[in-house]
Each structure stands twice: as structure tokens, then as C-alpha cells.
Design a protein around this ligand. Sequence first.
Ligand SMILES: Cc1cc2nc3c(=O)[nH]c(=O)nc-3n(C[C@H](O)[C@H](O)[C@H](O)COP(=O)(O)OP(=O)(O)OC[C@H]3O[C@@H](n4cnc5c(N)ncnc54)[C@H](O)[C@@H]3O)c2cc1C
Length: 446
Amino acid sequence: MSSVDVIVIGAGLAGLSAAQRLKERGASVKLLEARSRVGGRAQSERLETGRFQGAGQVIDLGAQFIGDAHMRLSALVDEVGLTRVPRNSQGKNVYLCSPEAKRVVVNGDDLPLSVFGKLDAMQINWRIGRRLEDLGVADAAALDGMTAAQYLRQLAFTDEAYRYMVGFVEAEFCVTADAFSVHEFLEQFASVGGRKGEAASAGWFLSEGISPLAHHLAGRLGSPVVLNAPVVSVRQDDDGVTVETAAATYQARNLIVTTPPQLYRSMGLLRLMPDHRRQVIAGYQPGAVIKTVFVFDAPWWRDQGLSGSMLCPGGICNAAMDASPPLSKTGILVLFSTAESGQRLGQTTAEAERIDRILAWLRSVNGGAVPSPIAARSVDWNTDPWSLGGYASRRGLGGWAAAPDLFAPIGRIHFAGTETATEWRSFMEGALQSAERAVEAVLAPG
Ligand SMILES: Cc1cc2nc3c(=O)[nH]c(=O)nc-3n(C[C@H](O)[C@H](O)[C@H](O)COP(=O)(O)OP(=O)(O)OC[C@H]3O[C@@H](n4cnc5c(N)ncnc54)[C@H](O)[C@@H]3O)c2cc1C
């Protein structure tokens, strides 16, 4: 059995970037991936049917949007030479405060609330900002014992501002606001540079899709990624680590695990962890997300003065965005069903049925003025065995206080992946940052 310096588990952006960095620094690496493709939660698809035959419109079924502050990702995009497409923000946004409510349309920089509701939402945001400033010194146990929903309830004077804030948080976090703590909530905002950072996190996307970034990193590795190789067991002793897939056994001096934490159990990693960490990982809350992409002949919503951005708490889709290509008449609308909306829509397991339900819903919101799409996809990431959810999973209530050292190395085993990032956690940028940190730790002398 041959041995390498480092085994990396998972060929998502974190694993690919870690492996490539290690190689650049002279280490020998083996990268093991469960799926038959690289990219993990980033997956682009070329449409080849109907009028796209030969022309190949690319859509992203997973991660897609990038912000200017995503420095590592932006540098990678430039290195590969991909085309940035600014996300359309011209036009009015649609808001439905509940599934039964009539839609409200407002300018992109306005809040869809009454004057009192707006003032309330502004003071809530201001108080969240103040809380972020003393996150490091505040009582972690108290912040970690209260749910994000309870916290927002406490801050809000009006029901409408509360509902709006919870709707926004659940669309972003993919987990219901009563399943994670204020600490998790604030840590996430801190990791992206506060509410301003969050607001600028989806400025553009790539004409060619995200997958070319993963293929580029895989190509630079030199040795091929071992695909279709789900890791089933990990052991370590004084000499190194032993990693098993169904087909082979691999040995290395060190290991970097980049899978989402809810998958650690399936590799036997939990039994290597101290009790307090094992319990927090066992209580991890996978995010729920179904992403549906509609491709239309034209971006019809723009003709109605709409931007394509929607926020619909409790709706079958609770958020939507315009992802239309430039210099083409095609209109692409991406719709997200996250948190409870994602769990409910997930009960419709057949993709074609989900697409029909979402189209019917979109027509009900837009008074029927929605043409038939020329192509559509709807991907349920919750049931994908190698993700078990998205955009990212979250520490459950009490998880920060119980295990501040949650992702510290255990002997020769290091942890990366977006959930472990300290910057831009839950984003692609976080995956790259986590890889940087893990590689430095592995290569540190001693
Ligand atoms: C629908 C959706 C939309 C999103 N939108 C955005 C967005 O617009 N912008 C953004 O920045 N982020 C977005 N994200 C989040 C983004 O996709 C992730 O933050 C990022 O891709 C995570 O990368 P990673 O390498 O940490 O994890 P992953 O991509 O999950 O990589 C982990 C890898 O480990 C593999 N694996 C799992 N188990 C095993 C095993 N036992 N053995 C071997 N390999 C294994 C998996 O197959 C996977 O390839 C979105 C996510 C989803 C699901």
C-alpha cells in the first residue's frame, strides 16, 4: 500500500483548493471523492435541448453568486479567465409577507414595510450591528442558549418587521430561526463583515457557470482525483492515518476532511472525537434547500418593471433572483425553497412535479402573466447523500458554548470545508478560506 503526505477527503472547492495548495508546496496528495464528479455543492449544467442544441446555455444547479469581497474566489475566476455577469437589480422587488398575502412591490433599495415597520427593521439592524461589535466579549453561553427567532422577537416592536427579518434570515441560513442560536446568527454575520457584507454577497455570476473553477483546480493537481470513492472509515495512530473506501485502503501522514459535518458520522469520524465535540456534531442542523431554475424565452419580469428578486416567507419558494445571461434575450429565474419551505417542497420527490408546482405558484403570484419556460431544473440538495443539505449546515442550539474548539485538529486529522471557515462561512469563499487555514496547519513545523 503506497503512502502520501496528505489525504484530502472531498473534491468540493475546499478539498480541490487544499490539494492544489499542498501540491504547490511540494507535498504528495491523494484526493478522494464520493461522487462521479468534482465540485461538490457547485455544479453547472449545459442545456443541450431544443433551441440550445449546440449553443449550450449553462445553468448553475448549486452555488452561483459571487460578491466583490470574495477575494480568493475572484482571483480564481480571473486566473481561469471566466466571464462575470452582473446580477440584474434594476426594477422592483416582490415581497409576500405570508403565502396568502397579496404581493407588495418596492424599489430595490426600499423595504416592503409600512413606515413603522421600516423604522423597526432599521432599529433591529442597528442593534444587531451593535451586538456584533461585542460578540467576542459577550456572554457566549447566554447568546448560545437563545434561538435566533427569540432574539428577533425580542428586538422587534412590530410583527411585520419581525416576519420580514425571520423571512430574510431563513432564506439566507436555510435553517428555521428556532433551530439555531443568536451566537450562530451573529457569528455568521461576523464572518461576512456584517449586514453590509451579506447584502453585497451576490453581485455577479459566471457566464460559463461555477464548475469550470472546480475543473481548473482539479486539472492543476496533476494526479487525478479518485472519483466514486466514498470514504467509509478513518483511523489514526502514531505513524499516520489509514483511510478506507469500499475498493481500497490509503495511508498518509496527515488527513484533511472537507465534507459537511453532518457526514462525519458515515466515515467513523465521530468516535475519534472527544465527547463534547461529538455531541455538537451529532446536533448539527443541515440546511434545507431546493434550487429551481426556469429558463424563459425572455426575462418577462423586466417588462413588468420587476427585478426578479422575490422574498416570500413561508411560500413554496421563499426567495428568487434574476440570473439571465447578458447580450441574449433568454431570461433565467432562479428560485430557492429553503428551511421549512425546502422541507415541505421536498415532500414532492419527482422533479417534474416540483417544477409544475413552482410554476403554478409563480403564476398565482404574478396574476397568471408567466409564460411557459423553455427549460427547467429543480434540484433537491437535502436528499443528496453527499451533501445532505445546503447552502451549509449550522451548529444547533448551545453548540458554540459546548465546543469552541469544534474544528480543531485531532492528532493528524484536520478539518476544512465552508462550515469550518472563519471568513464567509457557508459561501464558496469560505470553502477556499478554510482550505488555506487547514493547509497551513498541516504544513506547520512540528
Ligand atoms: C443550492 C445551493 C446554492 C448555493 N448558492 C451559493 C452562492 O450563490 N454563492 C456561494 O458562495 N455559495 C453558495 N452555496 C454554498 C456553496 O455551494 C458552498 O459553500 C461550497 O460549495 C462548499 O464547498 P466545500 O468544498 O466546503 O463543500 P462541498 O462542496 O460539499 O464538498 C465536499 C465534498 O465531499 C464529498 N464527500 C462527501 N462525503 C464523502 C465521503 N464519505 N468520501 C469522499 N467524499 C465525500 C462530496 O461529494 C463533496 O464533493 C450554495 C449551495 C447550494 C446547495
